[in-house]
Design a protein around this ligand. Structure first.
Ligand code: BES
Ligand code: ZN
Length: 644
């Protein structure tokens, strides 16, 4: 599972007052965001002006946001915004907007009444602001507020958990619905805003945002930003730490802590050629610069496509560029996701499935077909494993997320099944037609947020109808709304894995000694090692485990993905000599995809459960709030019901 514990969530069902679950039979309304309270048909926020102080001691952001708002409904007098645990001290609007021309000054602000609605455990609390009726179509609302130390989108990393060990690190992770825990706004991806920001910090750290960043900004504790392209709220991002910048190309570079900077710049040296490839395939890169921020190891995701500045886990730095498909992925989001965005979280596959497909195309162009195919085979295997744990309703691309926390439901399906769907269209219509379609799709919907139905309509018009007799609407529906992998899917295969299978079988059967295994595997790519480990039988003997570790030093691998696969085997076989390394791994790395399955595996045996609880007690404080929520539910299943 990519993002976690889907099986724990009860869904498609509404809990009635009596406590009994009844099926939710109302049809889903396409384009209706079930994860936002905002009344976007009446008001639309178009621009934000942030002014925030970052306070690591109290773990808060404090300041204000100015919202530029378009009034769509002249009779509307209530502005409803999304918030989560925000402490709002004042809401003001420009006097001019209340009194019109009779206002004394253009810059006088007057307070407006506001209140919060009852908190929903998943969605937070609607902030209702009363506005006077007005003929004006543009208004400005200013909100003075402070965030909570437990805001789920914010992680405060202590100095000891950073590479440099002397300065803390702070970052935001908004996707999917975290933005509301640090900015009161219309927190739905169908609303796009430009923004400016002034961020106040102590003078020894640097702030960066998903905006224009000045690599040469003077370190003085006051940083200003401008984001001229309109983006959904889940792409607003801020990070503060003791990092430095190193250019890797004319429009690319890396921000990282000093001790990581050189290795990061080396690992990500191909970024510029990835952009050039992408531009040839998908159209111009429309975000000016593309920089990478390397986060501390507790960063909860592999990467996050914050525009102009991807946030990336340091676990991608393996030393041999073997894991840089994460960079290709986050870069690809500059087209699929950031330029054309999902309108609601039901449509996430439009972001992630497209991006996985584009990622494969970039990897193919920059690193060759062999690497592309190996990665796709590994992805397919992950999808199959994941499908086996999901009920049919959760195996569809456009998923019903009503009454559910999207972050807990997201799985491999929108990614890998989405990639398979686009691969299928590519194969059916042919590369030339499909590439022309892709480019026109990005142009047509540029800087818009769209639904699955809008995509399907565009597909029908521009591929199905234009080249009739190739793919039917029924086949498209099977992909989008049917469970499992459709029969006529075009599945990846890789010849690179045949020698790996052979070596594994021979070694298991005693035909290949560990010395011979070492010789045979000398030129293997990381993907081959992953395939080697992921396809081991469930049970290995202690001497086989010892043999493997002595020969291949898996416990000490610099490759965090290989480490993950190895530690799964370690836990399954209770191979004690590797437990010290396993615990170090769990205590330093907070990337959910890497650590969650290890806790799940540990919890399968009584002895493992004791170990899981012990190591989790040490690791928990260093994890991201969302990771904590996911792992609490695994390690202490009962506490799962308690609300935050
Ligand atoms: N946009 C996602 C991260 C995300 C998705 C965060 C949904 C929260 C909710 C990002 O682009 C992503 O997919 N990251 C992957 C890595 C990628 C190579 C598949 C990850 O973090 O595992
Ligand atoms: Zn992604």
């Amino acid at each position: 599972m990519r993002h976690c514990v889907a099986a724990l969530v009860l869904t498609g069902f509404r809990i009635t007052m009596a406590g009994a679950a009844t099926p939710d039979l109302a049809p889903i309304q396409s384009g209706l965001d079930y994860h936002s309270f905002a009344n976007i048909e009446q008001f639309r926020v178009t621009h934000l002006e942030l002014d925030l102080r970052v306070d690591p001691f109290f773990k808060t952001l404090r300041g204000m946001v100015g919202l530029k708002i378009k009034r769509l409904d002249p009779n509307a007098t209530e502005l409803i915004l999304d918030t989560r645990d925000l402490n709002v001290s004042d809401v003001t609007i420009k006097a001019q907007d209340v009194l019109g021309a009779t206002a004394k000054s253009e810059t006088t602000w007057v307070s407006r009444p506001f209140h919060f609605q009852k908190k929903d455990p998943i969605l937070g609390s609607a902030l209702v602001i009363e506005l006077p009726p007005s003929q004006k179509t543009t208004l400005f609302v200013r909100i003075d507020y402070e965030t909570s130390p437990t805001a789920p989108a914010l992680q405060w990393v202590g100095a000891s958990q950073t590479a440099g060990k002397h300065t803390g690190f702070f970052f935001t992770q908004n996707e999917p619905i975290g933005a509301r825990s640090w900015i009161p706004l219309q927190d739905t991806p169908q609303v796009r805003v430009t923004y400016t920001a002034t961020i106040h910090t102590s003078a020894d750290v640097l702030a960066v945002m998903s905006a224009k960043n000045d690599p040469n900004a003077k370190r003085n504790g006051i940083y200003t930003f401008d984001m001229p392209e309109a983006i959904p709220s889940y792409l607003i991002a801020l990070a503060v730490g003791d990092f430095q910048f190193k250019a890797t190309g004319p429009r690319t570079g890396v921000y990282a802590e000093k001790s990581v900077l050189k290795a990061a710049a080396k690992e990500f040296a191909d970024t510029e050629s990835m952009i050039e490839t992408s531009e040839k395939l998908f159209g111009p890169y429309r975000w000016d610069r593309y920089d990478i921020l390397v986060l501390p190891p507790s960063y909860p995701v592999g990467g996050m496509e914050n525009p102009r500045l991807s946030f990336i886990t340091p676990t991608v730095i393996a030393g041999d560029k073997s894991l840089v498909s994460v960079i290709a992925h986050e870069l690809a989001h500059s087209w699929s996701g950031n330029l054309v965005s999902n309108a609601t979280w039901r449509d996430l596959w439009l972001n992630e499935g497209f991006t996985d497909y584009l990622e494969s195309r970039i990897i193919n162009a920059v690193y060759g077909e062999k690497r592309e195919m190996m990665e796709r085979v590994l992805g397919l295997r992950a999808l199959k494993d994941n499908l086996a744990t999901l009920k049919p309703a959760d195996q569809v691309l456009a998923i019903d997320l009503r009454d559910r926390d999207p972050d807990e439901v997201f799985s491999d399906v929108p990614y890998e099944k989405g990639r398979l769907f686009l691969t299928y269209l590519d194969a059916k219509f042919g590369r030339e037609r499909f590439d022309a379609f892709l480019r026109s799709y990005f142009d047509h919907f540029a800087f818009k947020s769209i639904t699955t139905e809008q995509f399907v309509g565009y597909l029908q018009e521009n591929l199905l109808d234009r080249y009739p007799g190739i793919v039917t609407p029924i086949q498209v529906t099977a992909w989008v709304s049917g469970p499992g992998i459709p029969q006529d899917a075009v599945l990846p295969t890789s010849t690179e894995f045949a020698p790996v299978d052979q070596a594994r079988v021979d070694w298991l059967g005693g035909k290949l000694t560990s010395k011979e295994l070492k010789l045979t595997s000398a030129g293997w790519a990381a993907q081959q090692w992953l395939y080697f480990l992921n396809n081991m039988p469930a049970r290995l003997s202690t001497s086989q485990m010892a043999d493997l570790d002595q020969t291949c030093a898996f416990s000490r691998t610099p490759n965090a993905e290989i480490g993950h696969s190895w530690f799964l085997l370690v836990i399954r076989n209770q191979y004690q000599p590797s437990y010290v390394r396993l615990e170090q791994y769990l205590e330093t790395i907070g990337r959910r995809k890497l650590v969650t399955p290890l806790y799940v595996e540990l919890m399968k045996t009584p002895g493992g459960a004791v170990q899981a609880k012990r190591v989790y007690a040490l690791a928990r404080a260093g994890y991201h709030p969302e990771t904590v929520a996911a792992i609490d539910a695994i390690v202490n299943p009962k506490s799962e019901e308690s609300d935050d």
